[in-house]
Design a protein around this ligand. Structure first.
Ligand code: PEP
Ligand code: MG
Length: 585
């Protein structure tokens, strides 16, 4: 039966495929396809891992002291029994043989199915056996680690959508459905086999959504109970434009969305022709369209999209998911240098690490110890609390600046004292490099305006910095007191709130007045519905995901800033700016 689930639209486009349900805790399990001639060896790999766990459990049983509690012995029996469970073993074989999933993926897929059956059991004792099944599977997964079949993580050739039939089992795209994915998990899927994503939680500007957007594949977040309603292998349509997930679509709906999908592809091809067109408005204003990236490799997408620089390199992605082993100076220098080289002489703005809030370093550290993480030790506060770590990063950035144009951007500053400490540490990093005789280059210094207090003290900021970059994602979060990662308040997250517009407008105006550079690097910059308003407010530099550059350029080419300035005045003066916006938003 067809049904739909409504969430938040975060990454454009339509994806049609079969659902792969992944529990958040198992996202770092490898997902790749094996070749048909590897089926037997993959099943053997799984058998060996399972036998190793059986041995381990039997050894534990044998070595058990005589006075060990009876429950413990019984528990090991249960685990051994579950390892032989026909539903588990035959199900896993099915995923390997029929779908060519690697062993780990096959095991977790089957586990999701069985876990659901346990959840539906009436008997509480039996329901609790789910945890045992999960523990057993974790042991097998652990044994599989390091024995991965060395195959390329090749994408299966997807069939053209018009040929899709609901009965197909092979050669169809897959879409990932999970309760939650951390930004680091999401990043893992950059080169993945998935054609789209759905998560139960998350807001439109949560970092998970931001990474999904940078992957440039359709995604819906905040879809509440999607991971419970969708079953493994269900047919799913993800409408990333409308924020809707359609489960088990009828052939008519499928055909309709297949058509929309092809229209989207045609639109992209058309936009691609603008790649080399300079971003100049009808009245001759030159607009800078630059890219937000997470990894040095993203510079390829930035260049392909025709971005004229990187306006935000979110360096924290180098720090995440490393179980506390933070990257050293050389590793960071290498990453920043690759980004600089990748941009072929165009400027690269490296933001110092911004972890905390919804960007935990790793899952283990994402605890509830900080009651209000968005207001806690995040971004520059975290850096200033660990000067040795911060100095390491600063030295790496300064060294990379010897190879091209680098701007150093500092997130979440609010206090004059923070600014002065940061500048002193940058100077200290230079002196340390001087003492070591290591080459480094000049950097332009920038501050992010992300906290209302900062927006209200722009003049103080401009005494210290060469340029400002407005982080509207956080500026909106902190102005409206709305957690950007919480889908339950996502409807209140409003870039057009008069207070938000006032802070953005005044920041731009003061920078323009003082002849200092200013850009917007939050999601607002890549929203084509906001381009004209920002142009009208005097903005000339927009930093966004590479996938958004061409659509924004199209808006720029159709705009006349002189006319837009008059209209923007009215929007700014209105109590309900949304009513004055064109309906394209
Ligand atoms: C912002 O807050 O707008 C921003 C660009 O930084 P981030 O999204 O990484 O917090
Ligand atoms: Mg921010």
């Amino acid at each position: 039966m067809t049904f739909s689930i409504h969430g938040l639209a975060v990454a454009r486009g339509i994806a049609i495929g079969r659902a792969v349900l992944v529990a958040s805790s198992r996202v770092d399990v490898a997902h790749y396809f094996i070749q048909p001639d590897q089926v037997a060896s993959e099943i053997e790999r799984l058998r060996l891992a399972r036998d190793a766990v059986v041995d381990e459990l039997q050894r534990l049983q044998k070595d058990m002291p005589k006075d060990a509690p009876h429950e413990l012995v019984a528990l090991l029996d249960v685990h051994l029994m579950l390892l032989q469970d026909v539903e588990l073993t035959s199900g896993v074989r099915h995923w390997i043989e029929e779908r060519l999933y690697n062993a780990e993926w096959a095991l977790t897929s089957q586990l999701e199915i069985i876990a659901r059956q346990f959840d539906e059991m009436e008997d509480p004792y039996l329901r609790e056996r789910k945890a045992d099944m999960e523990q057993v599977a974790e042991r097998v997964l652990h044994c599989l680690k390091g024995t991965s079949s060395l195959v390329t993580q090749a994408k299966r050739p997807a069939r053209p959508q018009q040929e899709l039939q609901l009965g197909d089992t092979m050669d169809v795209p897959l879409v990932l459905v999970a309760h939650d994915l951390s930004p680091a998990d999401m990043l893992q899927f950059k080169q993945s086999v998935f054609a789209g994503f759905v998560t139960d939680v998350g807001g439109r500007t949560s970092h998970t959504a931001i990474v999904a957007r940078s992957l440039d594949i359709p995604a819906v977040v905040g879809a509440r109970s999607a991971s419970q309603l969708v079953k493994q292998d269900d047919w799913v349509i993800i409408d990333g434009d409308a924020g809707v997930v359609i489960v088990d679509p009828s052939p008519i709906i499928l055909a309709d969305y297949g058509f929309k999908q092809r229209q989207g592809d045609l639109e992209r091809e058309r936009l691609a022709r603008l790649r080399h067109t300079p971003a100049v408005t009808l009245d001759g204003q030159k607009i800078e369209l630059i890219a937000n990236i997470e990894m040095p490799e993203d510079t390829v997408a930035a260049i392909t999209a025709g971005a004229v620089g990187v306006g935000l390199f979110r360096s924290e992605f180098l720090f995440m998911g490393r179980q506390g082993n933070l990257p050293g100076e050389d590793e960071q220098y290498d990453a920043y240098r690759r980004a600089v080289d990748g941009m072929n002489g165009l400027p690269v703005t490296i933001r110092t690490v911004d972890v905390g809030a919804d960007k935990p370093l790793d899952e283990a550290r994402h605890d509830a110890a900080h009651l209000n993480p968005a207001l806690g030790l995040r971004a520059i506060r975290w850096s200033l609390a660990d000067p040795a770590m911060f100095l390491t990063q600063l030295r790496a950035i300064l060294r990379a600046a010897a190879h091209g144009k680098v701007n150093l951007l500092v997130p979440m500053l609010a206090h004059g004292s923070e600014i002065r400490q940061t500048l002193a540490l940058i100077e200290q990093a230079r002196q340390e490099l001087d003492r070591r005789g290591v080459a480094y280059g000049p950097v332009r210094l920038g501050a992010m305006i992300e906290i209302p207090a900062a927006a209200l003290s722009v003049r103080m900021f401009l005494k210290y910095f060469d340029f400002l970059s407005i982080g509207t994602n956080d500026l909106i979060q902190y102005t409206l007191a709305i957690d950007r990662a919480d889908e339950s308040v996502a409807h209140l997250y409003d870039p057009l709130h008069p207070a938000v517009l006032r802070l953005v407008a005044d920041t731009i105006a003061e920078c323009v007045k003082q002849g200092k550079g200013v850009s917007v690097c939050g999601e607002m910059a890549g929203d084509v519905g906001m381009t004209r308003l920002l142009l009208g407010l005097g903005l000339r530099s927009f930093s966004m995901h590479p996938s958004q550059v061409l659509s924004v350029k199209q808006q720029v080419l159709r705009s006349d800033t002189a006319k837009l300035a008059l209209w923007a005045e009215k929007v700014l003066a209105s109590d309900e700016p949304a009513t004055l916006m064109p309906t394209t938003r």
